[in-house]
Design a protein around this ligand. Structure first.
Ligand SMILES: Cc1ncc(COP(=O)(O)O)c(C=O)c1O
Length: 384
């Protein structure tokens, strides 16, 4: 860079402007949009199965509620208070136990800001949800992981890694990208090893998909003072583009999160959409039915091609290819055929691919395109 009017190289930076832990990060790469894939390959139909979105769109009630707020866009939002009050009533909590934000990632980012000090450590699984990885690493603290056990969280191994510096443990249940869950018994066994000074983030972004499974523990039924539960309207409620999520925790935790939260998140339209979406049980039911069909179809379809598929409790499945090159070739081949899936290299699983459930037609297109991709399929890492 040239300093204005001096004609010489700018040397104002005597210390590095960018800390090494930021320098080493890669900007988040959002999934490809339908329009960009259509343009690139001259396609008319594209199945977008890369970002765990709801293929049915959003609840019409949410869209109407959002539209009704547009005439008041000149006014600042109220920081999510309406949604907090409604959730507090629904869960029989105080409003002080509830927070709302710009997606659950917005709240995660506040957690990182509010609670992590320089010498603290973060502990989670290998290949954790990429959004959390980026947020935690951008704080420059030590980020430690333990490997999966058969594509599930290895909670005993995580417990064994807790040390005097551990401050935050991140657990997603169901997990992204594997779709696997842990049970209440497994969590409670793990919890016995977690000191009170450690904060557990229980990320339940896919809660609604798993909640009817008797093995799945709803963390609102096993509260602990050092656990914060995060949920979102981005998945089953189909409001990923609106950016709205929420969390439940002890009031001391929420009180401190509110100190660092951007005062005007979530936006007024997002909050209105979220509140209306909560009330649209019919939309939820339809979404669950479509997803159950999609999970079965994709699981069986990929297995019929000789691919191992991790049993999923969410709205996506993960499969393991023999090599990183195979995963890259499948991704490119599917893309050219109008099917967008998620390669998991950035998560830390270079030979894995995640496929979100779509409409019945999307799912059919995906398996068909995969069949045509002719990429070697039988993986060494057969998931259980
Ligand atoms: C486990 C998990 N948590 C959080 C999120 C992000 O949710 P939001 O859109 O509410 O920020 C995702 C999205 O993919 C996710 O998979």
């Amino acid at each position: 860079m040239t300093a204005p009017g001096r004609g010489s190289t700018c040397t104002i930076v005597s210390v590095p402007l960018v800390p090494p832990y930021i320098e080493s990060l890669r900007p988040y790469e959002a999934g490809r949009t339908i329009e960009s894939v259509q343009r690139q390959y001259g396609l008319t139909r594209v199945a977008k199965l890369g970002s765990n979105e709801n293929p049915l769109g959003a609840s019409p009630k949410a869209i109407e509620a959002m539209a009704r707020t547009l005439s008041g866009l000149n006014y600042y939002p109220n920081g999510g208070l309406d949604l907090r009050e409604i959730l507090a009533r629904e869960y029989d909590l105080k409003v002080e136990n509830v927070i709302a934000g710009s997606g659950s990632e917005g709240i995660m980012s506040n957690i990182i800001r509010a609670f992590l000090c320089d010498e603290d450590e973060v502990l989670t699984t290998e290949a954790a949800f990429i959004g959390f990885q980026v947020l935690a690493k951008s704080r420059g603290v030590t980020y430690r992981t333990v490997p999966y056990a058969d594509w599930h969280y290895d909670l005993p191994a995580l417990a064994a890694q807790i040390n005097s510096h551990t401050k935050i443990i991140y657990l997603a249940n169901p997990n992204n990208p594997t779709g696997a869950i842990f049970t209440r018994h497994q969590f409670e066994e793990f919890y016995k090893h977690v000191p009170e000074r450690v904060l557990i983030i229980l990320d339940e972004a896919y809660f609604e998909y798993a909640k009817d499974n008797p093995r799945y523990p709803d963390s609102m039924h096993y509260r602990h003072d050092n656990v914060i539960t995060l949920r979102t309207f981005s998945k089953i409620y189909g409001l990923a583009g609106a950016r709205i999520g929420y969390g439940f925790a002890h009031e001391e935790l929420i009180r401190n999160l509110l100190k660092v939260k951007l005062p005007f998140e979530p936006s007024t339209p997002a909050q209105a959409a979220g509140i209306a979406a909560l009330g649209d049980k019919e939309f939820l039911h339809r979404s669950l039915e479509l997803n159950a069909r999609g999970l079965k179809y994709l699981t069986e379809g990929l297995q019929s091609l000789g691919l191992p598929v991790v049993p999923s409790q969410a709205n996506f499945v993960m499969t393991v290819l023999p090599t990183e090159g195979d995963a890259a070739r499948v991704f490119e081949s599917l893309l050219a055929q109008g099917v967008v899936v998620r390669p998991l290299r950035a998560f830390g699983l270079p030979n894995c691919i995640r496929v979100s459930t779509g409409t019945d037609e999307d799912n059919r297109l995906c398996v068909e395109a995969w069949r045509k991709s002719n990429v070697a399929s039988v993986g060494a890492n057969q998931p259980g």
